[in-house]
Design a protein around this ligand. Structure first.
Ligand code: ATP
Ligand code: MG
Length: 259
């Protein structure tokens, strides 16, 4: 496991999101420390996915501050946050089914010179070199997530768990500093779950910080250095997985089923 530092790579302060009359996130604060794997748990409807949407920028905050590497990003769009080092996966990954795994990674690429200029010969050579480098990177990342044997297959052949691994590789093409994972264990068979846990650890050891939402408490216990519990849009508790699991307020929130 990478060492954790109290240096926030991503920090939300007093964030609120209203959808009409529904307050999905209500004055929520959290800090993701550089190098850690932080878990975000809580009952259904607690506001966890909405919090991810706010952190990633796919949904705008009603109020509050979000800082990425100390820079306020609450007003900036999702694509800019990706360029600034933030990656996020979706609960149900949707790769381009007809494209190969390598192609799925190549279309995720950020800095493409190709479309920007009419290539003269020197530019053409540079573009060809960039293409080669990107292809090598894609193959390396497929190897990292244990999918290289399927590199030339269409994404349609992948199981649910393999799609989650492809999604992880796709994010890594952009060299993120922090990755948000929404329920990486959901719908994944037990043997592939072990691969996912092992790969998240390896990627974390390589310096990438993680924030993950997960209902699978076994995965949270094994993977997360620290856990934050959300209920009814707000922060309820924080600690190790074992500490929050025996916190009476947390037990009450889960038993009450009130998100
Ligand atoms: N676009 C929306 N419009 C209206 N209400 C919404 C919207 N998105 C989320 N909500 C509401 O906000 C609350 C929080 O939902 P959210 O999906 O963030 O919870 P969650 O903690 O991710 O739950 P789960 O564990 O079931 O995935 C719920 O009451 C939900 O119905
Ligand atoms: Mg959710």
């Amino acid at each position: 496991m990478a060492q954790t530092h109290p240096d926030p790579v991503l920090q939300a302060t007093d964030v609120t999101k209203r959808f009409g009359g529904v307050v999905a996130v209500n004055g929520m604060s959290l800090a993701v420390h550089r190098g850690e794997i932080l878990g975000l748990i809580g009952p259904n409807g607690a506001g966890k996915t909405t919090m991810f949407d706010l952190l990633a920028g796919s949904v705008a905050v009603s109020s509050g501050s979000i800082r990425l590497n100390g820079v306020e990003v609450a007003g900036s769009p999702a694509h800019r946050r990706i360029a600034q080092g933030l990656g996020r996966t979706f609960q149900i990954p949707r790769p381009f089914a007809g494209l190969t795994l390598v192609e799925n990674l190549l279309i995720a690429r950020q800095h493409q010179t190709g479309e920007r200029l009419w290539p003269n010969f020197a530019a053409w050579r540079r573009i060809a070199a960039e293409e080669r480098a990107a292809r090598d990177k894609a193959r390396g990342l497929l190897d990292l997530v244990r999918l290289s044997h399927l590199a030339g297959e269409p994404a349609s052949v992948l199981s649910g768990g393999q799609r989650k691994l492809l999604e992880l590789a796709r994010l890594l093409m952009a060299d993120p500093q922090v990755i948000l994972l929404d329920e990486p264990a959901a719908g994944v068979n037990p043997s592939l779950l072990e691969v996912i846990i092992d790969r998240i650890r390896a990627i974390n050891a390589g310096g990438v910080t993680f924030l993950l939402i997960e209902h699978n408490i076994d995965m949270v216990t094994r993977l997360c250095h620290r856990v934050i519990v959300m209920a009814q849009g707000a922060r309820l508790a924080e600690g190790t997985a074992a500490e929050v699991a025996r916190d009476p307020r947390v037990i009450e929130a889960y038993l009450g089923g009130a998100g």
